[in-house]
Design a protein around this ligand. Structure first.
Ligand code: G4P
Length: 533
C-alpha cells in the first residue's frame, strides 16, 4: 500500500449526536485524552454553563473560537487519524446537524442511562437515518443509578426504529458499577477508578474465572450470568452489513466521566466504522482513493473572530490529497483558486496545514465566494457533488431594522447569515428593501439571528411573527414570473421571492395549499425547491 493509500485508509470521520447534557462533550474530551491530543480533562471548552439552550448558544457565540473548536477536531489514536464532528444538541439546529452529517461517515449517539431516549435524541436520530450511515450508541453515566439496560435497548428499538446489538453489557450501576462484559471476547473488564487520571485501570477476567465472585460480588455475578443468557437468546445476530446501513446499532455501555469503558468503546468503534465513504456527483461515484483531489463545502461560519470579520468555509475532502501549494477548481464559481490559510483543528488549537487527505475536514478562509454544497476539485475535472438539501422553513417573521439608517448593515448581515444556511430570507415583490421575511426551521434560530445582527452588525431589529407554516416553490419553467394580482390566493397566503429570484408561496395551512391548487389550474407548486426536502 502506498503512503497515500495508507493515509486515507487510516482515516475515520464521525459525528457525535446527543440530547444536551447526555455527555457528548465529556466523551469527546476522553477520546482526545486517549489520543494524546490534550493532556488533561477540562480542556475542551465550549461547554455551557447556563440552563436554557438559548443563552447556551449565545454564551458560546460570545466565545466564537470555542464553539468552532468543539465543532471539528482531529486526533490520532492507535494508528488511526480521527476526525470528530460535533453537532448542536438542540433540535432547532437539526438542519445544521444534517449538514454536518453529510461530512461524516458514521455517527455516535450518546444516551444518558438514567434518561434513555430524550426529545432531542429522537429528532437528531431521524436526521441521522436520512443519511443511511452507521449509528453507534454509547449509553453513558453508568456510574450513577440507571434504568434497566434491557429496557434502554428496547426503548431505542421502539422509539427510534433501529435494532440494537449490545457489544458489551454493564455489570451493576451507580456505586456498584463494576465494569462491562465483552460479549465477543466473553470476558469481563473490571474497572478501578483512579480519579481524573487518563485511564481507569481495567482488569480483564474471563466469565468462568473462579475468582469472579470475589471481584464483582456474588449477586452481580449471578445477575450477569442471567443477563448474558437472556442476551444470547434474545438479541439479534451481529450483521455488519446492517450496521453499515444504519439498520442495526452496536450498543456500548460506560461512563465518560469516570473513564469506564471508554477505551474499549473507542477501539471497537474504530474497528467497526468505515474508512472514508464515497460521495456521489450525479451519475459519478467519487471514491476516496481516486487520485484527484475533490471536496465539498458543508458549513460556513462567519465572524468567528469578530475583530477580523472572517468567514470560514468548512469542507470535507472526498478524494485524493489536498496540497496547499496547488490550485483547485471551484466548480460553482467557475474559477481556479488557491486556498488561503487552510486550517485544521486539533483540540484547542487551530493550525495552518499543508496537506490533508480524503476523510479530513479543513477550514478555509472564505472571502465570500463559497456557498453550502459547493464542489472543489482538481482543475480539468468538472463534476458537482450532489447538493445538500435544505429543510423547508416552518416559522416566518417579518423583520426590519429599528433604525432605518442601518438598512445597509441590516441587509448585509441578513444575507451573510442566510449564506451560512442558518436562516432563509425572502423579500416581498414591490416592497421596500428595508424589510425581509426570515424563515427558520426552529424558532431558536430567530433568537440567534437577532442576537448576531446586534452583536456582529450593530443592528437592532423589529421582528413580527407571521402565521405561515408551509412553503411551496412556484415552478415557472421559463415563463413570466407570477404576479400576485394574477393568482387567486386565499387571504392567508403570500407570494414572496428568495434571493435567487425564485418565487414562492407561503401558507398557514395545508388547506389553503389545496384551495390555491384548485383555483389556479396553471400554477405548478412544488414542495422541493431544487434539492429541498
Ligand atoms: P453534553 O456535551 O452532551 O451537553 O454533556 P456534557 O459532556 O457537558 O455533560 C453534561 C453533564 O453530565 C456534566 O455535568 C458532566 O460532567 C456530566 N457527565 C458526563 N458524563 C458523565 C458520566 O459518565 N457520569 C456522570 N455521573 N456524569 C457525567 P455538569 O455538572 O453539567 O458539568 P460539570 O460541572 O461537571 O462540567
Amino acid at each position: 500500500m502506498s503512503k497515500y493509500e495508507s493515509e486515507i485508509s487510516r482515516r475515520r470521520t464521525f459525528a457525535i449526536i446527543s440530547h444536551p447534557d447526555a455527555g457528548k462533550t465529556t466523551l469527546t474530551e476522553k477520546f482526545l485524552l486517549y489520543g494524546g491530543a490534550i493532556a488533561q480533562a477540562g480542556q475542551v471548552k465550549g461547554k455551557k454553563n447556563s440552563r436554557t439552550a438559548t443563552s447556551d448558544w449565545m454564551e458560546i457565540e460570545k466565545q466564537r473560537g470555542i464553539s468552532v473548536t468543539s465543532s471539528v477536531m482531529q486526533f490520532q489514536y492507535d494508528g488511526y487519524c480521527i476526525n470528530i464532528l460535533d453537532t448542536p444538541g438542540h433540535q432547532d439546529f437539526s438542519e445544521d446537524t444534517y449538514r454536518t452529517l453529510m461530512a461524516a461517515d458514521s455517527a455516535v449517539m450518546v444516551i444518558d442511562a438514567a434518561k434513555g431516549v430524550e426529545a432531542q435524541t429522537r429528532k437528531l436520530f431521524k436526521v441521522c437515518v436520512m443519511r443511511d450511515i452507521p449509528i453507534f450508541t454509547f449509553i453513558n453515566k453508568l456510574d450513577r443509578e440507571t434504568r434497566n439496560p434491557f429496557e434502554l435497548c428496547e426503548e431505542i428499538e421502539k422509539e427510534l426504529g433501529i435494532e440494537t446489538y449490545p457489544v458489551n453489557w454493564p455489570i451493576g450501576c451507580g456505586k456498584e458499577f463494576q465494569g462491562v462484559y465483552d460479549r465477543n471476547k466473553k470476558s469481563i473488564l473490571h474497572f478501578t477508578s483512579n480519579g481524573g487520571a487518563k485511564a481507569a485501570t481495567a482488569t480483564e477476567v474471563s466469565l468462568g474465572d473462579p475468582n469472579l465472585d470475589g471481584l464483582i460480588g456474588e449477586r452481580l455475578h449471578a445477575q450477569l450470568a442471567e443477563d448474558v443468557e437472556l442476551l444470547d437468546g434474545a438479541s439479534c445476530a451481529f450483521d455488519m452489513e446492517r450496521v453499515r446501513h444504519g439498520k442495526l446499532s452496536p450498543v456500548f455501555f460506560g461512563s465518560a466521566l469516570t473513564n469506564f469503558g471508554i477505551e474499549p468503546f473507542l477501539e471497537d468503534f474504530l474497528r467497526m466504522t468505515t474508512p472514508p465513504l464515497a460521495r456521489t456527483a450525479g451519475e459519478q461515484v467519487i471514491d476516496c482513493m481516486e487520485e484527484d483531489f475533490s471536496a465539498f463545502v458543508f458549513k460556513i461560519q462567519a465572524n468567528m473572530n469578530k475583530a477580523h470579520r472572517d468567514r470560514i468555509a468548512f469542507m470535507r475532502v472526498v478524494s485524493g490529497r489536498f496540497d496547499a501549494e496547488k490550485e483547485v477548481y471551484h466548480v460553482q464559481g467557475g474559477k481556479k483558486i488557491r486556498i488561503s490559510r487552510p486550517q485544521q483543528l486539533m483540540a484547542a488549537e487551530r493550525e495552518i496545514i499543508e496537506e490533508a487527505y480524503a476523510g479530513d475536514i479543513i477550514g478555509v478562509f472564505d472571502p465570500g465566494i463559497f456557498s453550502i454544497g459547493d464542489t472543489l476539485c482538481t482543475p480539468g475535472k468538472k463534476f458537482r457533488f450532489d447538493p445538500i438539501p435544505t429543510f423547508a422553513p416552518e416559522h416566518f417573521s417579518r423583520v426590519r431594522p429599528l433604525d432605518t439608517m442601518k438598512r445597509k448593515q441590516f441587509l448585509k448581515g441578513a444575507e451573510q447569515i442566510a449564506q451560512e444556511g442558518a436562516i432563509q430570507i425572502f423579500k416581498m415583490p414591490y416592497a421596500g428593501m428595508e424589510e425581509v421575511i426570515v424563515g427558520v426551521v426552529g424558532t431558536l434560530q430567530f433568537d440567534v439571528f437577532q442576537y448576531r445582527l446586534k452583536n456582529e452588525y450593530g443592528v437592532d431589529l423589529i421582528m413580527e411573527g407571521l402565521p405561515y407554516e408551509y412553503l411551496r416553490w412556484i415552478e415557472t419553467e421559463g415563463e413570466e414570473p407570477a404576479r400576485e394580482d394574477e393568482l387567486t390566493l386565499p387571504t392567508d397566503a403570500k407570494l414572496v421571492e428568495d434571493y435567487k429570484g425564485n418565487q414562492l408561496l407561503l401558507f398557514s395551512s395545508q388547506w389553503s395549499i389545496q384551495w390555491t391548487a384548485d383555483r389556479n389550474k396553471n400554477l405548478t407548486m412544488s414542495e422541493f425547491g431544487g434539492a429541498k426536502f
